[in-house]
Structures are given as C-alpha cells and as structure tokens.
Design a protein around this ligand. Sequence first.
Ligand SMILES: [Zn+2]
Length: 356
Amino acid sequence: MFAKRLLRARKAAGLSMSALAEEVGISTNMIKKYEHGQSMPSSGKLYKLSIALGVRSEYFFRPTKVELSGIEYRKRSTTPQKLLDRISADVLDQAERWAELLEFYPDSIRPVPKFTLPNNLPDHIDTFADIEHTANQMRSEWHLGANPIPDIIDTLESKGVMIICTPIEVNNKFDGLAGKIGEIPVVVISTHQTGDRQRFTLAHELGHLVLHGRLPEGMDEEKACNHFAGAFLLPEKALKDHFGYKRSAIEPQELYMLKHEFGISMMAILIRAGQTGIISSSLQKHYYIEFNKQRWRTEEPGEQYPNEQTFLYKQLVYRALSENYIGESKAAELLKMPLSHFHKERKLGKMDATTY
Ligand SMILES: [Zn+2]
C-alpha cells in the first residue's frame, strides 16, 4: 500500500523521483525502491517525505480503497498527460477521504442519497428535440421549474452525485472529468474556472448520466451532452420569454444580462438562440465571427460569473464530529488541516490566510 501511495502523492505534487529524492536528502534509487515496495522508509524519512509531498503521514497508510472507473475527461487535445496525472491523483485523494468519512457513519444513516434516474425516462432519445424534451423532464422531475438554477453543485449533490473540486492550476487546458466510484457518479471540476464554465461542465456530465445508452448509433454523445447542458441550464421557454420567438439581431448586452441571470456563457446562449430557431444560422455565424474578433471566446467581457463551491463534504465532517462518529483529530485529518487551524475554525475564530 505504501508504495502505491507514495507514487500517487509524488505525481500529485508533480515531482520527479530525483526532485523528491533531493528534497528529502536521499538517493533517487531509494525512492525507486520505496515505490517498488522493496524498501520502507524510517519514521524520520517518512516524515520528510510527507512534508515534501504536502500530505500527512497517515495518508500513506490510509486503508480505504477507492477506484475511479469509466473516466471521461472533458479536455482539450492539448491537455498534457502530466496535468491529467496530477488531477487524477488529487481526485483519488479527495474521493478516498470521502469514502473514509462515509464509513464512519452508522449504517442506519445515509447522509448522501443513492443516485437514481427518474424511471419514466424514454428508452430512446433520437433527436435534438428529444434531448430538449428530456432536459425539461429532468427539470420537472427534480422540481426545478423553468427559472435559473441557482446552484448546480448543490442540485446534483442532493441527488447523490459526488462533486469534487480540484484546486490544481489547469490553465484552461481542462474542463472536467467524470467517472464512477462503485455506484456513485463522480464529477470533477476545477476551482480555477469561471462559474459559467463549471456549470456547463456539471450539466454536460449530468447529460451523460441521463443520455448514455439511450442515443441512436451515429449520434455523437459529446454533442448530445452539450445540447442537453444548454437546454438544462436555459430551457427553450425561458429563452423565448426573454428574447421573443424570432429576432433579426441581438445586442451583446442582452446576452450579458441573460448570462448573469441563468449562469450560462454568452456564447452558449447564442448557440441556444440558434438551436431554438430564434436567430437564423447565418446570423449565428455572423455573431461567432464577431465573438472571435473581440476575443470573447477566450474570455467573455465584463464581470465573470461567480464560481460555484461545494460544502457538502465539510458539512458532513462537522456533522460526524458533532454526533461523535469521529474525534477532532480525525476531523482535522479528513479536512487536511493542521489541528490548530481546525480548532480555530471549529470555534469560528479568526482564520489566517492559509486556512481554507
Ligand atoms: Zn462528455
């Protein structure tokens, strides 16, 4: 177990064997031996390794086994493998702490519901019109109405989807990833992205959960999920209520205001206006070109839509603490926080900048 953990922590830290060896003051060969299970470090070396890798020494011996299966990355073709390695290592670490936390809860309490899809979803979703319909159906099954969804993370978490926010700097090279831990669907987003991008990724991944296995052969699931995401975030009816049924032009300011109302990018609204026939395809193309010229496809103008955050994990750590399922030091460990910081946070004392 130690060997695997060391390798993962090293990848998560983005360090080569020799860089780690240098920091700890041992030979590269020794790191290699540790990672191949041929040698075990002394407790002093273990301590130095944990400092160099930014993990607590318990990390190396944590018993929970978590496997992320069926991973799908929403990445650019340029996403470097090294970045993906760092992200998956961080995700596994967070997912393991999740699994460990849930194990402290007694069997009679299910703090997280089991994810299920509505049982009256159609078996076949053949056209984009069907996708629009299914997105509306999901909204109505989940009692979301036709209004903006204030918090997609909370919406999905309350249905049993595990959301992991990774703080790894992604430099626009990564949108998200999805997979499963056992039966639990997991969606990973980056904390470094604007809220509208995070929300689109979350809705896109919900699209996979809903549409997978129901689409006709030959329909691109990625495109279908993007369509679903747009329809889920901004239903046709809401869009037509705001823009009308037919338009010969749209002011950028209108896109900007609707973006901040519904939490979906200006570009995605433009695509929705085309999909729902509000604007013609030639007008849509004209606006694409305009967006390119203004460089709005890299960064949209004005204020960015605020990030979404996840609180559920931390809430469940505190709930476990207050019900005495865990003690303070376990709570601090699960939150990756020094005990002294945790004490302060627990008492709602003044926190310093390194606490999160
Ligand atoms: Zn996808």
